[in-house]
Design a protein around this ligand. Sequence first.
Ligand code: HEC
Length: 103
Amino acid sequence: MLRRMLFSAIVVCAAAAPSWAGEGDVQRGGAYALAMCSSCHSVAADETASPNPAAKPFRSVKLADLPGGLVAWFNTDHPNTGRILKDAQGEDIAALVASLAKQ
Ligand code: HEC
């Protein structure tokens, strides 16, 4: 009996795990992008130009073009920002960028 209850509990926990676990969250990505990136990049889905003309609007960024992914690229090759991006923040921002590209 106990064993059976334990088994059910494990199944319930597994089913309750959010399906987006391990992927970025678009809403949080938007908040990070606004706070950390929008002084130079347009981070919106509309046609807003970037404040810094040298910085691409996020809606035209292609994640596949960034060797090693967004976080690795940002923390090595990105100009003038320091190595400030944490993995989880980068996943969220990447989710945002991917969602903009779909529109
Ligand atoms: C101080 C201004 C500034 C800030 C802040 C900034 N960027 Fe940039 N970013 C640039 C510039 C300038 C470039 C163009 C660099 C180049 O072409 O070599 C760039 C390029 C990029 C690119 C490459 C685009 C491509 O496809 O070539 C990505 C991705 C990017 N930035 C992401 C970010 C993210 C994510 C943040 C916030 C966490 C951020 N940037 C914050 C100025 C900025």
